[in-house]
Design a protein around this ligand. Structure first.
Ligand code: NCD
Ligand code: ZN
Length: 346
């Protein structure tokens, strides 16, 4: 029976939500991951230091991670929520004051996806310059949801001109193209030294055919929408070969079952509980299991300059039947059997 050991897995794009949903989903990631980059698209979004700190506290308490007086954590299976701020044009003083509380700032074009209404409505570089220059100077990475307002299948490719603009105007700013879905985005990686990318599990597995080619599959519907087979091939190529500028970001985005299985289905795939197992299955299928450590942790550590707490996850090639639901959220591959299971977490 095949086995795989992963050290300090990191999920560099994760939605944990709030309230009861947070309590349901956060432990499913913290069980096997050392840390995750937490998205700020709450309602309202995280746009100030007090809100970021308060949200981090709610995450910690949902995980039973309580700080003692010396701010030393009392647990040995610690999970680090790497916090983000919702992009707006902030001044340098504000950014200096908040920099120790955040790992990155996340930019959404206004209205492009779930809870992004307060995002950027025009990419006027001169208006954004003071913020982006301060971020460069303070070494705060910019994470970007890269989609235009065009035809849904073309939105990401159309956004490449904005990545060009950002990358060339701010050469010292680390820019992470979030959840890339196209060959066009993969091709950008080698064009600018300051462009990086996260790739989800689902975009390595599915194309638009899996979402809407047969019966509609609401639990595979997400933004950006899954694209063509040749796009998936390009993503697979860089992920399986652990290209140094790509890292894993699940974009696990839970919505209550009734918001998915309804007219006006919410966008988001909930993959957190199966991410590591299915990545093992996928990398093993392509005979690339040796590269998974780099994709799942090492690249993110290098790109973000982070040193996660030690965690060692043992996986084994053994059937795992995916539960139909976690709380009131339906996971990707609900009810299906996947070929790898978590065996141990140290
Ligand atoms: C995300 C969500 O639900 O918050 N949805 C999604 O389809 N990926 C938002 C996002 O990352 O686009
Ligand atoms: Zn997301």
């Amino acid at each position: 029976m095949k086995e795989c050991t992963l050290l300090m897995p990191l999920d560099m794009h994760l939605h944990l939500r709030d309230g009861v949903m947070l309590e349901t989903v956060a432990p499913l990631t913290s069980y096997t991951f050392s840390g995750a980059l937490i998205m700020p698209n709450l309602v309202p979004p995280l746009t100030c230091k007090a809100d970021v700190i308060a949200y981090k506290k709610r995450i910690m308490s949902a995980l039973g991670q309580v700080e003692d007086v010396e701010a030393e954590l009392m647990m040995d299976d610690y999970f680090e929520p790497y916090m983000t701020l919702f992009y707006q044009n902030y001044d340098a003083k504000f950014l200096e004051d908040i920099q120790d509380e955040i790992t990155a700032i996340k930019l959404y074009p206004a209205g492009i996806t779930t809870n992004s209404d307060g995002g950027v409505s025009s990419f006027d570089i001169e208006q954004m310059r003071p913020t982006l220059e301060a971020m460069s100077r303070l070494n705060i990475p910019l994470c970007v949801h890269g989609e235009s307002e065009g035809f849904v299948m073309d939105r990401e490719a159309e956004f490449m001109s904005i990545y060009e603009l950002l990358a060339s105007n701010f050469p010292d700013l680390k820019i992470i193209m979030e959840h890339i879905t196209t060959k066009a985005a993969v091709d950008m990686l080698d064009k600018h030294k300051n462009l990086y990318a996260t790739i989800t599990l689902h975009h390595l597995l599915i194309t638009l055919d899996d979402v809407a080619g047969g019966m509609m599959q609401p639990h595979l519907f997400c933004k950006p929408i899954a694209k063509r087979p040749e796009d998936r091939e390009a993503l697979l190529h860089v992920a399986l070969n652990a290209h140094p500028k790509v890292m894993f970001g699940s974009d696990s985005a839970p919505h209550p079952q009734d918001k998915k299985e309804s007219c006006g289905c919410a966008a988001g795939v909930f993959s957190a509980p199966i991410a590591l197992q299915v990545l093992c299955e996928l990398f093993d299928k392509h005979d690339k299991l040796d590269n998974l450590q780099t994709f799942i942790s090492d690249n993110a550590q290098n790109i973000y300059g982070i040193c996660p707490e030690f965690k060692e996850v043992g996986l084994i090639e053994e059937d795992f039947e995916v539960p139909l639901k976690y709380g009131n959220v339906v996971p990707m591959y609900a009810g299906k059997t996947i070929k790898w299971s978590i065996e141990s977490v140290v």
